[in-house]
Ligand binder design. Structure first.
Ligand code: PMP
Length: 360
């Protein structure tokens, strides 16, 4: 069967080149006689794979030396707890920006460990925009400020990095990390589940500034203390070796495409084309304020929701899959991460136009 264009929010498409390389290396990684999934994580072969992946990631993002890069498990959802456990550092307060479904989850988890101050919320606007810098009420006593630069479900992204003075900024970059250059030095901690732009599910990348490590909340489980993973090069226990390897192949692929600047240009082009098609029609709509529209996740509705099911069935028959919007917002959502080719977006637009002609 031919490969389809997978518009899922995650696990998402992987570059075909990466899949083919993995296929070729599957039974025998470079003459080792082993599949990467069979290797000891402490053996020379896997350690070289792990180190190369970290070096490539550091190079792609220009990660400074005083930041540690961790390859963990537990998903971004575990970071909802690890961030307060590690970043509170004796304080009982943290500030959160409430901008959508994922920040709400981060807030609910943080509330188990501290008082959460909502520095801004766009809930009243039904999460159709990001707050402006002027709207942020920042308490200098907060241990850190947490935000979600790209809300995967609502399709809202921040068009700027919040300025938080000396207060460390924590960012859930699950759905944008590696889709464009990122100024790492503006952040105390960045984390992302891998299953969108980085690789397969099962791996979580954390980039954390050194001075924030080592003062965990009392009672923090060993596995939830960043220091544990820093001291053991992310090998305190068995790491997700195969996911780490595949992510490493994705990092190399991104480098071959010209790095993050080049990813950003292609991603902007894909998003612009899709939003232009939505805006040009009287049939599809996207509710997000123009400046805050996500370049990764494009939610849209049909003029008549009764047609949703037909749209999805026909799209799938055309090889355009996983377009159903998140159950909490309904409608459609096209996630167009790095590995979604421009050809996939063009095919989606052509399908949408054809569908509109037939059914409006
Ligand atoms: N945060 C954001 C912004 C996400 O998009 C997701 C996954 N869709 C998560 C957190 C949860 O990630 P995980 O499934 O890796 O825990």
């Amino acid at each position: 069967m031919a490969r389809v264009f997978n518009f899922s929010a995650g696990p998402a498409m992987l570059p075909e080149e990466v899949l083919l390389q993995a296929q070729e290396e599957l039974p025998d990684w470079r003459g080792s006689g082993l599949c990467v999934a069979e290797m000891s994580h402490r053996g020379q072969e896997f350690v070289s794979i792990a180190e190369q992946a970290e070096a490539d990631l550091r190079e792609l993002l220009s990660v400074p030396d005083d930041y540690r890069v961790l390859f963990l498990q537990g998903g971004a959802s575990s970071q909802f707890a690890m961030v307060p456990m590690n970043l509170l550092r004796g304080s009982d307060r943290a500030a959160y920006l409430n901008t959508g479904s994922w920040s709400k989850k981060a807030i609910a988890e943080a509330e188990r460990y501290c008082t959460v101050e909502i520095a801004a919320s766009t809930e009243e606007a039904r999460f159709t925009r990001a707050p402006t810098q002027d709207e942020l009420t920042l308490d200098p006593e907060a241990a850190y400020v947490h935000y979600t630069p790209n809300e995967t479900i609502e399709g809202v992204e921040f068009p700027y990095i919040p300025e938080t003075g000396d207060t460390p900024l924590a960012a859930d970059m699950s759905s944008i990390l590696l889709s464009r250059p990122t100024e790492v030095t503006r952040y105390g901690v960045i984390y992302a589940g891998a299953q969108k732009n980085l690789g397969p599910a099962g791996l979580t990348v954390v980039i954390v500034r050194e001075d924030l490590i080592g003062q965990p909340l009392a009672g923090t489980p060993t596995m939830f203390d960043y220091a544990t993973h820093v001291q053991s090069d992310s090998m305190y226990n068995t790491p997700p070796t195969y996911a780490w390897y595949l992510a490493g192949l994705v990092f190399r692929w991104i480098k071959r495409q010209g790095g993050l600047e080049s990813m950003a240009v292609t991603n902007a082009r894909k998003a612009e084309a899709l939003y232009a098609a939505i805006d040009a029609s009287g049939f599809y709509a996207n509710p997000v304020e123009l400046a805050c529209r996500s370049r990764m996740n494009v939610p849209f509705t049909l003029a008549d929701p009764e047609l949703d099911r037909t749209f999805l069935t026909k799209a799938e028959a055309t090889g355009l899959v996983a377009l159903k919007g998140h159950r909490s917002v309904g409608g459609m959502r096209a996630s167009i991460y790095n590995a979604m080719p421009e050809e996939g977006v063009r095919a989606l637009i052509a399908f949408m136009q054809e569908f509109e002609r037939k059914y409006r």
